[in-house]
Design a protein around this ligand. Structure first.
Ligand SMILES: CC(C)(COP(=O)(O)OP(=O)(O)OC[C@H]1O[C@@H](n2cnc3c(N)ncnc32)[C@H](O)[C@@H]1OP(=O)(O)O)[C@@H](O)C(=O)NCCC(=O)NCCS
Length: 155
């Protein structure tokens, strides 16, 4: 699936760090908001919580006056959660600024407990392949396979 870049942000003086580049915390806040809005639309809920973010690797800086764009795409659907990937790039050059492979949101009720959402029916159930084909042999079976035990039984 091709990622859609729906949101643009202009880097303003108040968004800068001490090096006069875009402050990482500001960018993370934009990412969290954008991914949250996207997920809320997909899950059709107004009550959701950021549960997890995978590695955040800032690849290149953005400068005052740059326009950046934020792209989000669905990478996983669970019973109460939705996982998205997020890419941020410079609008003019398409240079990647940061990419986060997995951001997970959980739909919650008034008590803050996880609840099903509009896409829950698409949740992937564990496949047979996910389970090890054979259980770990128990200690007695392992012993029986060892030569010294076979010898002892023969005596
Ligand atoms: C979100 C929260 C309600 C989930 O509670 P929980 O007891 O972990 O609930 P569950 O174990 O039932 O998991 C709920 C969902 O989260 C998913 N989940 C749990 N831990 C996860 C992790 N480390 N990474 C990704 N998904 C995770 C589960 O797979 C489940 O999704 P599914 O139903 O689609 O399979 C709770 O962890 C919480 O309130 N966290 C604080 C969130 C917050 O404050 N966010 C703002 C941060 S600034």
């Amino acid at each position: 699936m091709t990622v859609k870049f729906r949101t643009r942000k202009a880097v303003k003086p108040g968004d800068l760090n001490c090096q006069y580049t875009l402050f990482g915390g500001r960018l993370l806040s934009w990412i969290d908001e954008e991914c949250g809005i996207y997920s809320a639309c997909q899950m059709q809920t107004k009550t959701l919580i950021t549960k997890y973010m995978s590695e955040i690797n800032f690849k290149s800086p953005a400068y005052l006056g740059d326009v950046i764009e934020i792209g989000v795409e669905t990478v996983g659907v669970g019973r109460t959660s939705l996982t998205v990937a997020c890419t941020v790039r410079d609008k003019a050059t398409e240079r990647e600024i940061v990419k986060i492979d997995r951001v997970t949101f959980v739909a919650v009720n008034e008590e803050g407990r996880p609840v099903r959402h509009a896409l829950s029916h698409l949740a992937r159930k564990p496949k047979v392949d996910d389970v090890p084909a054979e259980p770990e042999p128990n200690w007695w079976a392992r012993l029986k396979n060892q030569n010294w035990l076979k010898k002892q039984s023969a005596d």
